[in-house]
Design a binder for this molecule. Structure first.
Ligand code: FES
Length: 180
């Protein structure tokens, strides 16, 4: 069985492979953030921010992955993830939209995407709709600065987003859910 920790080892030894051994593209993006932060244990909070932005929440696999990559005891990573209210260890809404507010994305207009989504949904950053349909959140850097502004919709990273793109995505989710 593949574990989070042996996946991390393979990634580090293979460098910038375009396909992550886990088959989950989000781990590759997390690797980019880790690399950017030079695998510094001090960057734990920032790394957890990126991870939550990519995965929507911090499950055990992700926490172990981060602990292994930063060479920290899992108990320390878990302690930090549970200490700060902005981290969540539970899955949230049926759909998730995470808007990157890191510098590269912000200068390219991610703030306007957030405002448009907040206005349309009535949600604020980090809040899940009462009916459980959507969780809106932000991240500091998703490791995808080259395609800024980046937004993660249901775990899929999309680049060069505009407020219109985000609202269209929201509409398509509403249409999908209405058909169920
Ligand atoms: S600032 Fe790096 S992905 Fe947004």
């Amino acid at each position: 069985m593949k574990t989070a920790s042996n996946t991390a080892t393979r990634v580090n030894s293979r460098g910038n492979s375009s396909e992550h051994p886990s088959g989950d593209e989000r781990f590759r993006m997390l690797d980019t953030s880790l690399k950017k932060l030079r695998y510094q244990p001090d960057a734990l909070i920032e790394v957890l921010h990126s991870a939550q932005g990519l995965f929507g929440y911090l499950n055990n696999d992700v926490l172990f992955y981060v602990a292994h990559a930063l060479k920290l005891p899992p108990s320390r990573v878990y302690g930090v993830a549970t200490f700060y209210h902005f981290f969540t260890l539970q899955p949230r809404g049926r759909h998730s939209c995470t808007i990157c507010m890191g510098t590269a994305c912000y200068v390219k207009g991610s703030g306007e995407i957030l405002v448009a989504m907040e206005e349309k949904t009535g949600l604020k950053d980090g809040v899940t709709a009462e009916d459980g349909s959507l969780t809106l959140s932000t991240a500091r850097c998703l490791g995808a600065c080259g395609i800024a502004p980046a937004v993660v919709y249901d775990g899929e990273v999309a680049g060069q987003q505009s407020p219109e793109d985000a609202l269209k995505k929201l509409q398509s989710w509403e249409a999908e859910d209405g058909q169920e």
